[in-house]
Design a binder for this molecule. Structure first.
Ligand SMILES: Cc1ncc(COP(=O)(O)O)c(C=O)c1O
Length: 404
């Protein structure tokens, strides 16, 4: 229905009336820039080094397990907090790799990806007025996670080149209203792997203020140059204060399967399970069964995963350095943050647009990882979770780029 110009509800009044029908929370954040860059890559036929999904095949045995599960008619709702074989496999793997023993009956909730696990965890623990400490730059989902769960974010900078944090600054971010800190290690977008010592400092603050650490450990198996992933829950005193978020997406190259989980003490798990049940009921049942097989893969699988990613990282570092970028060398995950000062563009968004439209490479503008866009105006992020041929195609295109 069109409203005539002279209508009493045209123009700003109509916009205000339309806005009244919408959630003020949803108005406070934008669409995901990362996912938007993927759509732009498709539109311009660009090599997509923006969104972190592998373009190579998932392991054959996992795909076969999924096919078998469907054939065996595992096609109805799983138990809402996760199929038992998968929960058992998650518990066994956490104990095997991090030495943390958890009860799969009372401490694990399987969700639709770690994205939902993070959102369910936040909604399960946040009350109005609660604050959540977030290291910045941060994976862009944490902003909307905070808004939708009603938390007030307190940002603490990670500073290049090593993305370390200032201990006094972090201490000052904690207070009587703090409910949780989000720790993403290995980190997206910086590639930082938090050391045991850094985690110990964060642990002391969590214990002092009785605060949850909600840790996103989805890149746990991608570490380089001797860096080792340490789970916060394995630190003394953190077993009861950690909500560990993880998932199948990155480790098994199945980002479209949407299987993730939250591991939390029983009381928090009770709350997470309720939120999860009413958000999604459950993750895809046959894929959960395939997940049980995936998590039982031998150590050799993870060693090869890390060494293959190391080769990709080094190739991508070479390509970007040759093209004129200053790279922050990642010790983990599969992204490279770069400094774009040399190219002479006004900001990251303008440069990212130029790259996708004129050079044929999609990247993520740095500003999407910061609360204040100005903080990321000289950075863009590349992912290297791609086939060798994709990285070579990117190299050819980037050779056309000229520093100012
Ligand atoms: C830090 C981080 N957490 C979570 C996710 C999303 O994971 P999932 O596919 O399990 O929802 C991503 C995806 O890029 C990520 O980088």
């Amino acid at each position: 229905m069109s409203v005539p110009e002279s209508s009493p509800i045209s123009g700003p009044r109509m916009a205000a009336a339309a806005r009244r029908l919408l959630s003020a929370k949803a108005e406070r954040f934008t669409e995901s820039v990362i996912r938007e860059m993927t759509r732009m890559a498709m539109k311009h036929g660009a090599v997509n080094l923006a969104q972190g999904f592998p373009d190579f095949a998932a392991p054959e045995e996992i795909k076969e397990a999924a096919r078998k599960a469907i054939t065996a008619d595992i096609n109805q709702y799983a138990i809402t907090w996760g199929a038992k074989p998968l929960r058992d496999a998650i518990a066994a793997k956490f104990e095997r790799t991090q030495g943390v023993r958890v009860d799969p009956e009372r401490e694990i909730t399987v969700c639709c990806g770690s994205t939902e696990a993070m959102m369910s965890a936040m909604m399960a623990v946040i009350n109005p007025g609660d604050e959540v400490v977030i290291f910045e730059p941060f994976y862009e989902n944490y902003g909307p996670d905070a808004i939708l769960s009603g938390a007030a974010p307190r940002f603490v900078p990670l500073r290049p080149p090593d993305w370390s944090f200032d201990r006094d600054e972090l201490s000052r971010a904690f207070g009587p209203n703090t409910k949780a800190i989000i720790v993403n290690t290995p980190n997206n977008p910086t590639g930082k792997v938090f050391s045991r010592e850094e985690l110990g400092f964060i642990r002391d603050l969590c214990v002092r203020w009785n605060v949850f650490a909600i840790t996103d450990e989805i890149y746990e198996h991608m570490t380089y140059d001797g860096a080792r992933h340490v789970s916060m829950a394995s630190l003394d005193g953190m077993r009861e204060l950690t909500i560990t978020i993880n998932g199948m997406s990155k480790t098994y190259a199945v980002t479209g399967w949407r299987v993730g989980w939250a591991i939390a003490p029983p009381a928090a798990t009770d709350s997470i399970r309720k939120v999860h049940d009413f958000l999604t009921v459950g993750a895809a049942a046959p894929l959960q069964h395939a997940g049980a097989l995936a998590l039982a893969l031998p150590e050799a699988y993870y060693a090869k995963l890390a060494s293959d990613y190391l080769v990709r990282r080094d190739k991508m570092l070479g390509i970007l350095t040759k093209a004129g970028f200053s790279c922050f060398k990642p010790s983990g995950a599969y992204y490279i943050m770069t400094d774009i000062s040399r190219f002479g563009f006004a900001n990251d968004v303008e440069f990212a647009r130029y790259l996708v439209e004129k050079i044929g490479i999609a990247v993520v503008p740095g500003s999407s990882f910061y609360n204040d866009p100005a903080s990321g105006a000289r950075q863009v992020r590349f992912t290297f979770c791609k086939k060798d041929s994709t990285l070579s195609a990117a190299a050819e295109r980037l050779a056309r780029l000229r520093p100012a």
